[in-house]
Design a protein around this ligand. Sequence first.
Ligand code: ZN
Length: 149
Amino acid sequence: MTDLQDLYQELILDHGRRPRNFGALAGSSRTSEGYNPLCGDKVKVYVQMEDDVVKDISFQGAGCAISTASASIMTETLKGKTRTEAEQLFERFHDLVTGKKAPDDAPELGKLAVFSGVSEFPIRVKCATLSWHTLRAAMDGKDEIISTE
Ligand code: ZN
């Protein structure tokens, strides 16, 4: 493994063990739940929008290190972003984990680039994108449970 891969691995393990913005968000205006039956990952995303801006965001759930770390880094990244920016980041992130884009092609992803290795494990793509699909449903005001299947 290269040093960069070691660093990525370290960040994923760290966020998987000590997720940031974990817990219910008092005063959240929107929530949604997501489920990835392939792996058993469950996530609930809380988001508080102010006009078109993500004012605060948190999540709860239980899942593998990839899904937990992805939700954790997503919440860190999206605070203060507009809804349009969030949608664009999701698209870039999706391209990254499905191998359509290299991390160097999308510097705006920042820490999210640590998930580039997921593209070598297609079954893990759903773990990495579950929280993003769930966030999108929350922003759309959908209250059904989102499944990756
Ligand atoms: Zn998983």
